[in-house]
Design a protein around this ligand. Structure first.
Ligand code: FES
Ligand code: FES
Length: 166
C-alpha cells in the first residue's frame, strides 16, 4: 500500500507516494529524480548515498523513506548556490579529490556534515567523518587535503560558505 511522504529537500517541499519498504535513496533518485545522490552497496557500507537528515549525515540506503516525514533533507544538489559551487566542491575540484566521481556526492555530504559543526577540524576528525565513505580511486589523501582547504575557505567566508541546511 502506498504512503504519502511530505519532506523538505534542499529547502523545497516535496511529496511522494512510496511503499513502506522504499528506501530514502530510492525515493530521492527514482521518485523525485534527485539523482546526485549515488547508490552503491545498498547495505550501509560504501557511503555513496550519504545525505544530511535533520543536519546529520546518514546513509540514505539505511533509512526508509517514510521515516523522513516532515523532516529536512539536504542532498548534494543543495550544496551550490545558484551557479556558484560550494567551497567544499571547489576544494575537491582544486585538490583533484575526484577521479571516477562515484563516491563524491557522499564524500561531499559527509564533509558538509562535519564542517557545518566543526569549522577547524583536525586531520583525525576529518578521517573519522569520512570513515564510512569508501573511495576506490583517490587513496583518500587528496580528499583529506580538500576538506582541510574547504574548512579554511569556509572560515574565510568564501561565497556559499554561509549556506546552512535549510
Ligand atoms: S549505497 Fe548506501 S552505503 Fe552504500
Ligand atoms: S573517485 Fe572513484 S570511488 Fe572515489
Amino acid at each position: 500500500m502506498a504512503h504519502k511522504v511530505t519532506v523538505r529537500i534542499n529547502g523545497s517541499r516535496y511529496q511522494a507516494e512510496v511503499e513502506p519498504r522504499t528506501l530514502l535513496v530510492h525515493m530521492l533518485r527514482d521518485t523525485l529524480r534527485l539523482t546526485g545522490t549515488h547508490v552503491g552497496c545498498v547495505v550501509g557500507r560504501c557511503g555513496a548515498c550519504t545525505v544530511l537528515w535533520n543536519d546529520v549525515p546518514v546513509k540514505s540506503c539505511m533509512v526508509f523513506a517514510i521515516q523522513v516525514e516532515n523532516d529536512e533533507i539536504v542532498t548534494v544538489e543543495g550544496l551550490k548556490e545558484g551557479n556558484e559551487l560550494h567551497p567544499i566542491q571547489k576544494a575537491f575540484w582544486n585538490h583533484d579529490a575526484v577521479e571516477c566521481g562515484y563516491c563524491t556526492p557522499g564524500m561531499l555530504m559527509a564533509s558538509y556534515g562535519l564542517l557545518k559543526n566543526e569549522t577547524n577540524p583536525t586531520e583525525e576528525q576529518i578521517k573519522r567523518a569520512i570513515s564510512g565513505n569508501l573511495c576506490r580511486c583517490t587513496g583518500y589523501r587528496n580528499i583529506v587535503e580538500a576538506i582541510k582547504d574547504a574548512a579554511a575557505r569556509m572560515r574565510a567566508g568564501e561565497a556559499g560558505s554561509a549556506k546552512q541546511a535549510v
